[in-house]
Design a protein around this ligand. Structure first.
Ligand code: BES
Ligand code: ZN
Ligand code: ZN
Length: 477
């Protein structure tokens, strides 16, 4: 979806009209009612005589508008209408232009790379007629540029996560990182298995050992001229999670290409920083690994030594994400000095979906003030977060008889929390309050479209973190 400002909408374009209420006695509403239109969110009616697409919206702002804009664009995806226009004057400046653009760009996404040529997705174009609006052209351009940059990168993350595992494996993720780094002037370090071996990252390496694809650690760095804040973002980049020898069932293995969503979200954030000119230093670290079976696979009962020397007794090879992240956390804390925050993103546990449902990111950590900042960024960005609490009774759930810890607790209950507490064991004392863990197993990927998110990958995490960074590192005017 491309969006442009123009006071002269092109001929043949379809007018977009948002309806929030149905006043009685109006000719228009009588016509709409007759056509079966109602106010249920996202209901559309295409008036082909006047080239107007009506869409019901709960309101003209934020999430309501994003959802109805997405429904509107989806309703004409199979039609021949390629250009749309909207006149701001009609809404007396009550229409949230940023939300409109976001809903349209995110709603217009369709992963068609593997479809026949005739079925490929075609980008539509929207012209915004701003005559009679209080906003200046410059102001609207700024808003649209920012939304466009963020949402394009959300769609990029969706593309990466949706790409099948035979075409997207750790080396490809590293190639992508190198490409983005060159394009945006980021520093890029890639560590292959040999270097990780030298560094003692045996937890990560064990997970990838049975794969034909070499594991990669990706480290991207963005530095603005006057950084106000320094942050480390870590991502679980399991390009496929078969479960390993603790093999997943056929049903739960389907869609496990989504296990790279955390790492992909980190890539997506790294790609927006330069364009938004945020005043910060951001390190993006991704453990890109494939969890497979084979004669040399790591096994339940193995004891692995992580980079910091801690030993881990493997109880379940399907709890692999935490092993990969453990070594990434050690690497980050050893290599990067004096950061303000360290966040990790992972499709870590099915238990987080049981706890919070399929739309909400589970956030855990020790710093309530920091959680509050994330909560604010979530409500501003439209992503959903929920906070899961630690308590003292979890403390010994990861104790091992023969090693420093086990990789899964014996009880499944509170699984998202015990996974987080496993990671906590790799956070140095001085960094405890700087750390938050984001379990995005719920919203990262869905078999059913929701709101402005399509079937498949949602690009979860990007808008939330970019909003958080905007709140703490926005360029002063
Ligand atoms: N990648 C999965 C978690 C997952 C589940 C992601 C559903 C997306 C959707 C993770 O590696 C995993 O398998 N976790 C296990 C942990 C268990 C063995 C303690 C789980 O959640 O069942
Ligand atoms: Zn797993
Ligand atoms: Zn996994």
């Amino acid at each position: 979806m491309q969006i442009a400002l123009s006071n002269k909408p092109p001929k043949e374009s379809l007018e977009l009209s948002f309806i929030t209420h149905m006043p009685a006695n109006s000719k228009l509403f009588k016509m709409l009612e007759k056509a079966g239109f109602n106010l249920k969110e996202g209901t559309t009616y295409l008036d082909v005589h006047h080239n107007i697409l009506y869409v019901a919206s709960r309101s003209l702002c934020s999430e309501d508008l994003k959802i109805s804009a997405a429904k509107a664009i989806q309703s004409i995806q199979k039609s021949s209408f390629m250009t749309l226009f909207i006149a701001l004057e009609q809404y007396q400046d009550q229409l949230d232009v940023a939300a409109l653009a976001e809903g349209l760009i995110l709603g217009d996404y369709y992963f068609s790379q593997y479809k026949h040529e005739s079925q490929k997705h075609q980008e539509r174009k929207l012209f915004i007629d701003y005559s009679g609006s209080m906003h200046t052209k410059h102001h609207l351009e700024e808003i649209l540029h920012e939304v466009d940059m963020i949402c394009r990168n959300v769609n990029l993350v969706r593309d990466i996560v949706n790409t099948p595992p035979q075409d997207y494996y750790p080396y490809i993720m590293a190639l992508d990182a190198k490409y983005f780094a060159k394009r945006d002037g980021l520093e890029c370090k890639i560590l292959g298995e040999h270097l990780m071996q030298e560094m003692g990252m045996h937890a990560l390496l064990s997970v990838g050992r049975a794969s034909v694809h070499e594991s990669q650690l990706i480290h991207l760095t963005y530095r603005s001229e006057n950084p106000k804040v320094k942050i480390v973002l870590l991502g679980k980049g399991l390009t496929y999670d078969s479960g390993g020898l603790s093999l997943k069932s056929s049903d739960s293995m389907v869609s496990m290409k989504c296990d790279k969503a955390g790492g992909s979200a980190v890539l997506g954030v790294m790609c927006t920083l330069k364009a938004l000119g945020l005043e910060c230093e951001v390190h993006g670290i991704i453990g890109a690994v494939e969890n497979m079976i084979g004669g040399n696979a790591y096994k339940p009962d193995d004891v692995l030594r992580a980079k910091n020397g801690m030993t881990i007794e493997v109880k379940n090879t399907d709890a692999e994400g935490r092993l990969v992240l453990a070594d990434c956390l050690c690497y980050a804390q050893d290599e990067i000095e004096d950061f303000d925050y360290i966040f990790d993103f992972a499709t870590l546990t099915g238990a987080s979906i049981v706890a919070l449902g399929g739309q909400t990111i589970a956030v855990m950590g020790h710093n309530d003030t920091l959680k509050e900042k994330i909560n604010t960024a979530a409500s501003q960005s439209g992503e959903l977060v929920g906070f899961l609490p630690y308590n003292r009774y979890f403390e010994h759930d990861l104790d091992s008889e023969i090693a420093d810890m086990v990789n899964t607790a014996s009880s499944r209950s509170g699984g998202a929390i015990t996974a987080s507490l496993f990671l906590d064991r790799f956070i140095k004392d001085e960094n405890k309050k700087k750390w938050l863990h984001f379990d995005m197993a719920g919203p990262a990927y869905s078999q059913k479209a929701w709101g402005y998110n399509p079937y498949g990958a949602s690009g979860a995490g990007v808008r939330l973190i970019v909003q958080f960074l905007k709140n703490i590192a926005q360029k002063s005017l």
